[in-house]
Write a protein that binds this ligand. Structure first.
Ligand SMILES: Nc1nc2c(ncn2[C@@H]2O[C@H](COP(=O)(O)OP(=O)(O)OP(=O)(O)O)[C@@H](O)[C@H]2O)c(=O)[nH]1
Length: 401
């Protein structure tokens, strides 16, 4: 009987011991590293969620949220990358025809300017009240007072000559007149190449307009055209801006030159151009800070950057970034920057949002320099060279009713 008790106790001890061993082994089993969100996989278009945040701000510090254990093939890729294998650079979407490809983004917010005017203008005689509606539609679409009165005068003249109009007639007439206002003969090319030295592009504007993002997107446009790019993080005011720029650059193989936080922006710009020359780069794109509260401070800083850069190379482009959704405020900023520095072009961002397309006309009238680029989204390739025809067609929508 005693033996029986001993055997039972031993059996219980054995079962408990085996259970503990199994649990311990299961706990120690190595896990596969977490897959990085979309790294090296993007080839243009909309980014994956984690990348969208990268583009927006605070990049480099963002951790992808924990994800469930990845499927086997993804996990293998991640293991290789983390073992030091080079990750693939992204291939940006080609620059040509981007605006036409992105026109749906623009058309979404433009129904009042396009459809609204077309329904007013097609048909027979327009009453005084109708013309007032045409005028207020144009003003509400941010065309501005001068542009609106010119457009209304031209449309009045055309409707008198044309008489009764079909929808197609009205569309053609409005298209012609809008194109005349937007301008088809302005030189909208970006000077991003120079003989025997890198071309220098200075990007200026108030913070929050999309300046750093636009620098990153310009780099992508250039890389898509086969150019080599050096980025200069001369926005030394906010450390995250330099991180953000560096992330944009690293995605397409562009080097980013940066300085200490709060350091001298002109010195970073100088170093970036120096690096561009040393590396035989095609273009140096310099991001600047926009947080200067007085016009004098702004003028001093921008002219110092230009002066210091000019010791090595002329500045070929000075692009002002304006947030198109801010309407009149964007025009006020444009005025201040135009007094501080000789602008050569405008990048109008956020035209995919609540912006009104007429701002293109108003900004060009205000500054006397062409809109060269338009931002149509937060995705890495949502920046397009501005094309007047594609833009006006997007405003007017489909030619067939
Ligand atoms: N919808 C939309 N968002 C945009 C566009 N361009 C930029 N943005 C967003 O605007 C926000 C501000 O962009 P930033 O590039 O950080 O602005 P910034 O002017 O450089 O600001 P600082 O770096 O603080 O000086 C970001 O969330 C961008 O993703 C655009 O064309 N469309």
């Amino acid at each position: 009987m005693e033996y029986l008790y001993i055997i039972i106790v031993l059996a219980v001890v054995l079962v408990i011991g085996a259970g503990a061993l199994v649990a311990n082994v299961a706990r120690r089993r190595p896990r596969l590293p977490r897959a990085r969100s979309g790294a090296g996989t993007l080839t243009g278009g909309q980014p994956a969620e984690g990348e969208r945040e990268d583009a927006g701000g605070g990049v480099g510090t963002l951790e992808a949220p924990p994800v469930p254990r990845p499927a086997a093939p993804e996990a293998e890729v991640t293991v290789e990358e983390e073992a030091g294998a080079p990750s693939l650079l992204e291939v940006p979407a080609p620059a040509a025809g981007r605006l036409v490809r992105l026109r749906a983004r623009l058309a979404r917010s433009q129904s009042s300017l396009g459809r609204g005017l077309l329904s007013l203008l097609s048909g027979d005689d327009l009453s005084e009240e109708d013309w007032e509606d045409v005028e207020s539609t144009l003003l509400l679409a941010d065309v501005g007072v001068a542009g609106t009165s010119e457009l209304v005068a031209a449309l009045k003249e055309r409707t008198t000559v044309l008489g009764a109009r079909t929808f197609a007639d009205a569309r053609e007439m409005l298209r012609d007149e809008l194109l005349a206002q937007v301008g088809t003969t302005l030189d909208r090319s970006m000077r991003t190449a120079a003989d025997d030295r890198p071309a220098v592009v200075l990007v200026v504007g108030v913070n929050g307009t999309g300046k750093t993002t636009t620098c990153g997107k310009i780099a992508r446009l250039l890389v898509a055209d086969g150019r080599s790019v050096v980025l200069g993080a001369a926005d030394t005011f906010r450390a995250a801006a330099a991180d953000q720029l560096e992330t944009w650059g690293s995605r397409v193989g562009a080097v980013t030159v940066r300085g200490p936080e709060g350091g001298d922006p002109a010195s970073v710009a100088f170093d970036a151009v120096k690096r561009g020359i040393a590396e035989g780069a095609d273009t140096v794109v310099i991001d600047t800070a926009g947080r200067l509260h007085t016009k004098v401070g702004l003028m001093d800083e921008l002219s110092k950057i230009k002066r210091v850069v000019a010791k090595q190379s002329p500045v070929d482009e000075v692009i002002l970034v304006l947030d198109a959704t801010t309407g009149q405020n964007a025009l006020a900023q444009a005025r201040v920057f135009a007094e501080a520095v000789d602008l050569t072009g405008v990048a109008l961002t956020k035209l995919d949002g609540t912006a009104k397309g007429g701002i293109v006309i108003a900004v060009q009238r205000e500054l006397g320099v062409p809109v060269k680029l338009v931002g149509l989204g937060e995705g890495p390739d949502d920046l397009a060279p501005f094309e007047p025809e594609g833009f006006v067609d997007a405003l007017l929508g489909d030619p067939v009713r």
